[in-house]
Design a protein around this ligand. Sequence first.
Ligand code: GTP
Ligand code: MG
Length: 420
Amino acid sequence: MEKILLVTVKMESEKDNWRIEDMTEELEALAGACAVVIIDSVSCVCHKPTAKFFIGSGKAQELAVLAQEEGVDTVVFGCDLSGTQQRNLEEIIGKKTIDRTQLILDIFARRARSPEGKMQVELAQMQYLMPRLLGYGIVMSRTGGGIGTSGPGEQVLEIDRRRIREKVDRLRKELKDTSRHREVMRKKRKDNALSSVALVGYTSAGKSTLLNALTDAGQAVTGHLFTTLDPLYKKLQLPNGENIVISDTVGFLHNLPHHLVEAFKATLEELTESDLLVHVLDVSHPLVFERNKAVLQVLSEFGAQDKPTVTVLNKIDLVEDKVWLARVESEFPGAVCVSAKLKQNLDVLLVKIQESFTSRMVKAEIIVKSARMDLVDLFYRQGRVEDIQYLQKGIKIELSLPKVLFEKLLHSREIEEVKD
Ligand SMILES: Nc1nc2c(ncn2[C@@H]2O[C@H](COP(=O)(O)OP(=O)(O)OP(=O)(O)O)[C@@H](O)[C@H]2O)c(=O)[nH]1
Ligand SMILES: [Mg+2]
């Protein structure tokens, strides 16, 4: 396995609440998601980034000595390096050097399963590499792509710039076609008038665990970051009998690489078009407020920051400090505390989701033609049937239905409303 040295860098000018320990912890978790051995993890605080090495040249020298002494294969910087900085560091250290973005891209390459996910990651990798190829002549012969062994990254290195450009264009086109296909599927769901809920949140907040607890999704869950990449849609029945669609997808991260956000735009945009967001927060994590901010930041990149949202404070089973819990709760009024793992309080969450939708349901008494058993079937699936009578003039039904569906059927005259 590849032996790596992690270097966390914090700039004094960065005025946020992320302490260097938090950044180190996250970098270690990211590296932990790859098949590597972390030999050592060091950190440094710098005044401001330098053009040559990002860090000061003295520090770069020190790292070179450390990397040699420890016999590591790769040095991973927890910041974003320019192509020049990366090359200079590689030269002085004498080891493969990668930055945070490349590390994240590698994890994504490892995790991508669906053809679309793979294309999205590949596109992001190509776009990341393209400006970096400029210094490398026609063929990139530099050792290895990212970290470990997987992903389309390695292939990239054998392809010259022109071919990369062609590939980027092709990937873009293919992704566009896929997204058109998804558009059709989305429209189909809309026509079915099923309300939709999207789980969003920081990576490892417990989105997939929650989906599994609510449905029989069988989504993979691990302690690693970015376990889920491909979106998954599942049907879920609310306590009032209404069926909705709930989806799970890629988690967010503080300073998510821009290329990645771009590449995953189609997927993320689709999520944010759902009727309701369920924002899952890991309340047991000391950085819950900062992570909340990071998620809102990504959401705002899609104009989804003001969508109706139910906030879920997950992993309450891990919180022993009641004062802390009270503090978080007071910052998120109306949030629901749950433990997805222990399936605690999920009924309260479902009611909360239902309440957000109730305003979207209508109660009515209607008549449909006797032959339209398909509609009756639809009402049972998507609404709540209170009373049904088979009469000569048709089927009379007292029910609650999603407003959108009700209006659509009234408009197409497939149903007739009975007014007293
Ligand atoms: N103790 C406890 N652990 C939980 C809870 N919910 C999730 N976890 C754990 O948190 C880790 C991450 O859970 P996931 O469901 O994979 O998180 P995710 O948000 O889907 O993560 P990504 O797919 O990586 O974005 C796993 O080890 C889960 O077992 C909970 O309520 N309590
Ligand atoms: Mg997941």
